[in-house]
Design a protein around this ligand. Structure first.
Ligand code: PLP
Length: 393
């Protein structure tokens, strides 16, 4: 069934023509494939990727991305919430889907109905899961120093007790490295030592479980930085998120291997109208831009509700039109953004403006935007909104 004329949104958007959309995301399929291949080569023998497709695949479109990864033969995914997992399953994503966050007991029935795998966030939660009375697939999370989710690695007896709960089908045991963003090197030595310590504490749990004769499930430690900087630690799965999308969190984080990846997302929008301002006229809410001379402006059909950070207002951010930079003037609105096109020849209503990606010889990267907005790529990407259409190109 074709979507109704003019209807936007990310469902089934892969098949529709985006040329009538007000703002959209293009995912480069070849680059996604390249990143998958690159990351797979880093894995230890027998290791597999478990892509993190939470937060709508960091804004890239979870169904679009996971569907593509399924086609590559990837059969493990992780998400943050049960509703994210249910949506993947409802849209036909196959394989194991691990929920890394907390699921409320009233939603346990969804775990079974959609064949999902729940994280055991600590011993108390394991007992609540067991009390549900029906078999649930789980991975047990071990806290080795991040002090977020997971039963403490020092509580071995409790971890052993989790293995004895009869309704838990234990398929995995994992921890999360929280300082793997910096490999070895003098200024970062404490982070390096901390990471090695986390891996050691996790290994110790595994060894002691084995000594107790417990069946050892699959183990995993690494997210993107873990795999990029400590590939030897990865174990059976690497829960890669940001690296799969071709970037790291900060451009300047030291990771030699980050350069092997290719950013896969472009963000584009359209010019709704063009206006000429006389000197002294102002633009937008609060009249924050005052034209010093005759000025041409273009009104773009994207705003902060689409995830374009309002911090890019008033010249902090720019877009590309026909390969030229056009600075943002005034404050970014919820649904519109206004840019100065005085210096750009031959711009017309309906033309495309590039927010992230290449235009002619120029390019604006997600790093540029994240830095201008004072955040990391992960936040910027994951906040790209649900009104944006997402397509694979
Ligand atoms: C989000 C998340 C990941 C993926 O992290 P990246 O740094 O984006 O690769 C992996 N593991 C856990 C527990 C997470 O919450």
């Amino acid at each position: 069934m074709m979507p109704a004329e003019g209807v936007s949104g990310n469902i089934a958007s892969n098949k529709k023509d985006h040329r009538r959309d007000r703002a959209w995301i293009e995912i480069d399929r070849q680059k996604l494939r390249h990143n998958v291949d690159t990351l797979q080569k880093l894995l230890p023998p027998g290791g597999r990727l478990m892509p993190a497709v939470k937060a709508d695949a960091y804004g890239h479109g979870a169904i679009l991305v996971a569907g593509e990864l399924n086609a590559y033969g990837i059969r493990h995914f992780c998400v943050a919430t049960v509703s994210e997992a249910v949506e993947l399953r409802q849209k036909g994503i196959r394989g194991e889907i691990l929920i890394m966050g907390y699921t409320h007991p009233e939603q346990f029935s969804l775990l079974r109905r959609y064949r999902l795998t729940q994280t055991v966030v600590d011993y108390a939660y394991a007992r609540i899961l067991n009390h549900y009375g029906r078999k649930i697939r789980v991975h047990i999370k071990i806290d080795t120093g991040m002090h977020r989710l997971g039963e403490s690695c020092s509580h071995l007896e409790m971890i052993v007790s989790i293995f004895r709960l009869k309704n838990l089908r234990i398929k995995g045991l994992y921890t999360h490295l929280c300082a793997a963003d910096s490999p070895s090197g003098p200024p970062e030595a404490d982070k390096h030592d901390f990471t090695v310590g986390q891996a050691g504490a996790f290994e110790e749990v595994v060894v002691r479980l084995k000594k107790q004769g417990l069946p050892c499930p699959a183990i995993h430690l690494a997210a993107s930085y873990g795999l990029l900087n400590y590939p030897e630690l990865a174990g059976d799965y690497a829960r890669v998120g940001i690296a799969l999308y071709g970037v790291i969190s900060n451009r300047n984080d030291c990771s030699e291997r980050a350069g092997l990846l290719a950013p896969i997302l472009s963000l584009k929008t359209r010019i709704a109208a063009i206006k000429e301002l006389m000197p002294g006229e102002t633009v937008g809410y609060g009249r924050r831009f005052v034209a010093a001379r005759k000025t041409s402006i273009a009104i773009l059909t994207i705003g902060y509700a689409d995830g374009l950070p309002r911090a890019l207002s008033c010249g902090v951010g720019q877009v590309l039109i026909n390969g030229h930079h056009a600075p943002v003037v005034g404050t970014i609105c919820m649904d519109q953004t206004i840019v100065d096109i005085t210096a750009i020849p031959q711009v017309a209503a309906g033309d495309v403006a590039v927010i992230i990606g290449a235009s002619g010889e120029s390019e604006i990267s997600v790093y540029d935007l994240a830095e201008q907005a004072g955040t990391i790529t992960n936040e910027l990407l994951s906040r790209l909104g649900s009104r944006l259409c997402r397509i694979m190109v």
